[in-house]
Design a binder for this molecule. Structure first.
Ligand code: GLN
Length: 480
């Protein structure tokens, strides 16, 4: 049995029945992470010592005959944006390359309490800005299917960690697609939750009205297990509502008979790669053959989503990054210069990469007097329009389905010098963040020539994670 390929259910059973120890399981994942990282550069820090220490604790519990929680002993990875007490957390930036947080993010605390085993921290685009994991001080991550291609981003390292069986699940953040798109490029499951469903306390803020946290996994049930442990209200994050956390795993098996699936034609226009469109349409047909009803819907405002996002996101990002001054946050500059202003200039000039500087310039511009009404305020109005349109669609249908990305993984270096091309990678994911609703990427095929994975997203109304996971699970059952 390959210990690095097991689902959460199998890990739990195997530990309980003493088929393998938690130390053996952890070592198998650590070995896998180290070997695969050589090829694909997706780990920033491997936390071997901490992992083995935790695994021993689990083994002691098993030896004493104590009951194990479902995630106890399960190896996982974290995007390097989650604060981990005593463990370096770089945000993939030169500015914070040596930052060691004094506390754990709420979700990290929760997973620690569950007894999960942290294998390490994963690569990402700097401060989560990017769609390929190329904008990283640690260098680009490479796609496990073919190292000439990107993993997607910004949580590309977390996607590659799961795709290479270096861990059973991982966590990422999705502000404009950063969980779904790398999941799609790497051929795994990735869940972007409803805004506020999972606490963001202790996770570096990118665009605060859009940021969400969610799991990567190799199947929908594993994602459900993880979500059930990380979701819920947190008094350290006032955007988490008291909304009850459903039994995602208990509700995951079911039918799609009578389910109304909205199919927006805008998701299948000529800007979407033909192979991607046809793989998603085939998947829709399979759901239809199993009793789901496909309903044509209109989502015309989707065409404004990129413009709206690339005003709101930089605006919020520029405000959030204002605290990085080389004194309170961020490392000292090489040259301090004369006086405080010089110091700030040098610290921020040396600390931030190009894409971050670009966004700070756009963000501060759209917020400045004289331009605020024309850009920021207008974008907010169009945002409301998009939200209302999505709400109207969900009055007619239960879920909406479309491709996650307009195209499969692209080659490393082909978009990194062309910001607009990179931004267009988010065309189908950002509308969902703007609306604040949940969306699940599942793999539905691969390209003929290069066998690159193709992903489909299942989008639901607010707090319908249980429903979209059920649809994803049903699809897995149909094809496997
Ligand atoms: N690619 C998008 C961006 O660069 C999304 C990033 C994210 O979701 N963190 O803004």
């Amino acid at each position: 049995m390959d210990l690095s390929e097991l689902s959460i259910d199998r890990v739990h059973e195997g530990l309980k029945n003493k088929e393998f120890s938690c130390v053996e399981l952890t070592k198998a994942h650590l070995e896998q992470a180290k070997a695969e990282n050589e090829k694909f550069n997706f780990m920033v820090t491997i936390t071997e010592e901490e992992a083995l220490e935790q695994a021993e604790k689990v083994d002691t519990k098993i030896a004493k005959g104590e009951e194990l929680g479902i995630l106890e002993g399960v190896p996982y990875c974290l995007k390097d944006i989650f604060c981990t007490k005593g463990i370096k957390t770089t945000f993939s930036s030169n500015f914070t390359r040596e930052f060691v947080p004094p506390y754990d993010a709420t979700v990290v605390k929760k997973l620690k309490d569950e007894g999960c085993v942290l294998i390490g921290k994963t690569n990402m685009d700097e401060f989560a800005c990017g769609a390929s994991t190329e904008y990283s001080v640690h260098g680009p991550s490479k796609n496990p299917v073919n190292p000439e291609y990107v993993t997607g981003g910004s949580s590309g390292g977390s996607a590659a960690a799961v795709a290479t069986n270096s861990c059973v699940f991982s966590l990422g953040t999705d502000t404009g697609g950063s969980i779904r798109q790398p999941a799609s490029f790497c051929g795994i499951v990735g869940l972007k939750n409803t805004y506020g469903r999972v606490s963001r306390s202790g996770v570096n803020s990118m665009a605060s009205s859009l940021d969400t946290i969610g799991p990567f996994a190799r199947n929908c049930k594993d994602a459900a297990y993880v979500l059930s442990k990380i979701a819920g209200q947190d008094h350290n994050d006032s955007t988490t509502p008291p909304e009850e956390v459903p039994d995602y795993v208990g509700k995951i098996d079911g039918d799609v008979r009578g389910l109304k699936i909205g199919v927006p034609k805008e998701f299948f226009d000529d800007k979407v790669d033909a192979e991607v469109s046809s793989a998603v349409k085939d998947a829709l047909k399979k759901l239809q053959d199993n009793g789901a009803e496909l309903v044509d819907v209109d989502f015309p405002s989707i065409k404004y989503a990129i413009a709206v996002y690339y005003i709101l996101c930089p605006a919020e990002l520029s405000a959030n990054l204002a605290r990085f001054d080389g004194i309170r946050y961020g490392s000292n500059p090489e040259t301090e210069g004369e006086g405080l202003v010089d110091y700030y200039f040098n610290a921020r000039g040396e600390g931030f990469g190009q894409e971050i500087k670009r966004r700070i310039m756009i963000g501060t511009y759209v917020l400045s007097a004289g331009y605020y009404d024309a850009y920021y305020k207008k974008a907010q109005k169009v945002r409301t329009m998009i939200i209302e349109e999505v709400n109207r669609i969900f009055e007619k249908v239960d879920v909406m389905v479309g491709p996650t990305s307009p195209f499969p993984a692209f080659k490393i270096g082909t978009k990194s010098n062309d910001p607009l091309q990179m931004y267009l990678a988010d065309a189908l994911t950002v509308p969902i963040n703007i609306a604040g609703v949940p969306s699940l990427n599942i793999p539905v095929g691969e390209t003929k020539e290069d066998s690159l994975p193709i992903g489909m997203q299942i989008i639901g109304p607010q707090f319908s994670e249980d429903l979209i996971l059920k649809v994803g699970r049903k699809y897995e059952g149909i094809v496997n």
